[in-house]
Design a protein around this ligand. Sequence first.
Ligand code: ZN
Length: 133
Amino acid sequence: MTTWSLDEWEGKANVDECLVTYQLHITLQQAQRICVGRLAEFLFPVGNYLYTGSARRNLSARVHRHLSRQKKQRWHIDYLLMAPKTQVTAIGLFSETECYCNQQVNGEILLAGFGAGDCRSQCGSHLKYLGNK
Ligand SMILES: [Zn+2]
């Protein structure tokens, strides 16, 4: 596993091919009511979140896309990341599967189904709330 701060990540174009899963460390400095596509409108509390996703190819391109504020909203996470008070603070990359990594996170599920549209491991959500500290 490797974790980069946002500064270290900037400009990184390639990562090791064995890395297929990413985790975004996300901070909300203010509670925000966000309409997450067709999933739900939800009031996300202040605090820290961890989102786990994967890309079989071009993992770094996927992460760069997540960090970009100019894009068409496609995934649940896009709605959260494009909200004004949302910040990505660090990025972790893993060779293990998305669901395995997600299940290692000791956090709370606030919004069931978030990012878990194609999850077959009963994760419940691929976004976990870590609390506010
Ligand atoms: Zn899963």
